[in-house]
Design a protein around this ligand. Structure first.
Ligand code: C2E
Ligand code: SIN
Ligand code: SIN
Ligand code: FE
Ligand code: FE
Length: 352
């Protein structure tokens, strides 16, 4: 695509209060093959016509009633158009101050009156060539930006899909449906948001929390799927699902994986220090882990497991309330209780 091909389609705005001048300029440009000429006699019409025509070049008279050429340039400058066309000032005056004033107001070039046909057409052609090249580059850049945006979006979607697959792998062996993961993840994100996390971090929580039990992949069937209560040795084995998960998610480069790892490692710590794997207490436990602990236990209680029948919602709520300050962070429990209707709505939308 060459600019020469487009030249005769260039849009030229001609602004002059003198009809004879308009007519003359129009004729000169037409004779050269420029097909898209827009004539404006009243300077007050410029803004609207500019926005509608998106011209590639403007020929502008200075001395006009209502709005002079400087005021017109000021109006156009305020638009901050990234593709603002060059402005050629049409003037009978040639004083240095006068020219400087026009230049600093935004003029690119001058054409003296009376018009010299050859000079005028040469200047118009040069300026249009440059402007059309500029426009083409700008449009290519926009296309490239859009391609990068789409590609980034696709990568982001793929990453989320993979993360969701990992989350599903994590619960595949001891859960019948995928809804556990969805509920824990949505409740965790809701609590995070209500506890003051930014939108971006709450969204990260939404995608990281499904992996809290990823380490169960490494727990043998005879332990994980045991129909009854654990013996102490079995309890030792299941507790390693936290450290196994953290080892699987060992990647410092991605904020999502960092948060996932933190949650996998800390979601069974307890506020009073009696949890595992590290026996951390209080705020030494990452807040992400304290949040997921509440969401996870609430959901595990109301879910069916190989080793237990589901509890009623009321009993599960009572358990969370009663264990504030022992198992759970009291602030997270308070938040959980304050937002019960939303949490129950999430449960309702994703039933067993
Ligand atoms: P999970 O089933 O997802 O349970 C997550 C957490 O919810 C449990 O962490 C516990 O804090 C709470 N929870 C779930 N069900 C009950 C319940 O009936 N009563 C009470 N008080 N709390 C409950 P915990 O105990 O660290 O267990 C971690 C994981 O170990 C469990 O994940 C489950 O997969 C497994 N697990 C725990 N106990 C047993 C068991 O006796 N038998 C079997 N087969 N698996 C168990
Ligand atoms: C799991 O713990 O297996 C995943 C979701 C849940 O806690 O119900
Ligand atoms: C236990 O029974 O060992 C603790 C509660 C549970 O996970 O069922
Ligand atoms: Fe767990
Ligand atoms: Fe869990």
């Amino acid at each position: 695509m060459s600019t020469a091909l487009l030249l005769d389609q260039a849009r030229i705005l001609i602004i002059d209060d003198e009809p004879a001048n308009l007519k003359l300029l129009d004729k000169m440009l037409a004779s050269q093959g420029y097909q898209q000429r827009i004539l404006i006699q009243d300077a007050r019409d410029v803004l609207a016509r500019y926005l509608e025509a998106r011209p590639d070049l403007i020929l502008l008279d200075i001395n006009m009633p209502h709005l002079d050429g400087y005021q017109v340039m000021e109006q156009l400058r305020d638009l901050d158009d990234p593709l603002a066309p060059p402005i050629v000032v049409l003037t009978a005056q040639h004083g240095r101050d006068y020219l400087l004033k026009a230049l600093s107001a935004g003029a690119r070039d001058f054409i003296g009156k009376p018009f010299d046909r050859v000079e005028l057409l040469m200047r118009v052609r040069n300026l249009l060539d440059a402007q059309l090249g500029h426009r083409m580059l700008y449009q290519q850049k926009e296309v490239l930006d859009e391609m990068v945006r789409l590609r980034t979006q696709e990568l982001e979607r793929t990453r989320l899909k993979i993360v969701q697959c990992l989350g599903r792998a994590a619960e595949y062996r001891d859960n019948e449906t995928g809804n556990h993961i969805i509920r824990v993840s949505q409740v965790s994100a809701l609590l995070a948001k209500k506890l003051g996390w930014s939108d971006a971090y709450s969204e990260l929580m939404l995608h990281a929390s499904p992996m809290h039990d990823l380490g169960k992949i490494g727990i043998p069937d005879h332990v994980l799927l045991k129909p009854g209560k654990f013996e102490p040795e079995e309890r030792q084995i299941i507790n390693t699902h936290t450290t196994i998960g953290a080892a699987l998610l060992d990647d410092d480069d991605s904020a999502l994986l960092r948060l996932s790892r933190e949650i996998a490692l800390s979601h069974h710590e307890k506020w009073d220090g009696s949890g595992y794997p590290n026996g951390l207490a209080g705020e030494a436990i990452p807040q992400s882990g304290r949040i997921v602990a509440v969401a996870d236990v609430f959901d595990a209680l109301t879910s069916s497991r190989p080793y237990k029948n589901p509890w009623t919602i009321d009993n599960a709520i009572a358990f969370v309330r009663d264990n504030a300050g022992s198992h759970f962070d009291p602030a997270v429990v308070a938040c959980f209780l304050a937002h019960l209707p939303e949490i129950l709505a999430i449960n309702h939308q994703h039933p067993e």
